[in-house]
Write a protein that binds this ligand. Structure first.
Ligand SMILES: [Fe+2]
Ligand SMILES: [Fe+2]
Length: 183
């Protein structure tokens, strides 16, 4: 990626984040959102047509809103939500022939945590959120904090929505065509 491309992406990102009209959220994640490592998640598809970056942004923001409502550590939730899938590879292309417990679903929380601590300073709640976000799939990695449980649940919600989004869109278009032709 050259400098101009990077600047362009940062510009788009600034727009994305300003659309999330919450000054406190923006303040909590502003340094992460413009970091090149975090930005590189835009290069990978997570579910359906959603990039890993967009997935993390959704998980981060919705989890932050819930944490704020329950007077929990919304800052840690927002930041760790944004980093929870920082594994930095195309998971569709790797690990397919590996044994079950070495497949992406089981191993990527550790990969994401390793990357996150390599590039950023994380507190214990943030580390727990990233490491345990695939629970209950990762049976022994039980979330320790209420903040971690929120991200775990929101991650499942966003993942399901993103996976089915292309199908929902197709049905919507088909419905539109049928209505136009026959009604
Ligand atoms: Fe994940
Ligand atoms: Fe995720």
């Amino acid at each position: 990626m050259n400098k101009i491309q990077k600047m362009k992406i940062k510009e788009i990102l600034s727009e994305t984040i300003s659309q999330i009209n919450d000054a406190r959220y923006q303040y909590y994640v502003s340094d992460l959102i413009e970091n090149d490592v975090v930005l590189s998640m835009k290069n990978y598809i997570q579910h359906g047509t959603t990039t890993t970056f967009d997935h993390c942004l959704s998980v981060s923001y919705y989890s932050y809103k819930i944490a704020k409502k329950f007077n929990l550590d919304a800052r840690s939730v927002a930041r760790a939500g944004l980093l929870h899938d920082l594994f930095l590879y195309d998971w569709h292309k790797v690990m397919e022939k590996k044994p079950l417990f070495q497949k992406h679903g089981f191993t990527h929380p550790k990969a994401a945590l390793d990357n996150a601590v390599k590039y950023f300073n994380l507190n214990d709640i943030e580390k727990d959120i990233i490491e345990k976000h695939m629970w209950p799939l990762t049976l022994r990695k039980v979330p320790k904090y209420r903040e971690s449980i929120i991200v775990t649940m929101v991650d499942k919600y966003c993942s399901t929505r993103e996976t089915f989004a292309p199908l929902v869109e197709k049905i919507r278009k088909l419905n539109f065509i049928i209505r136009k032709q026959y009604l």
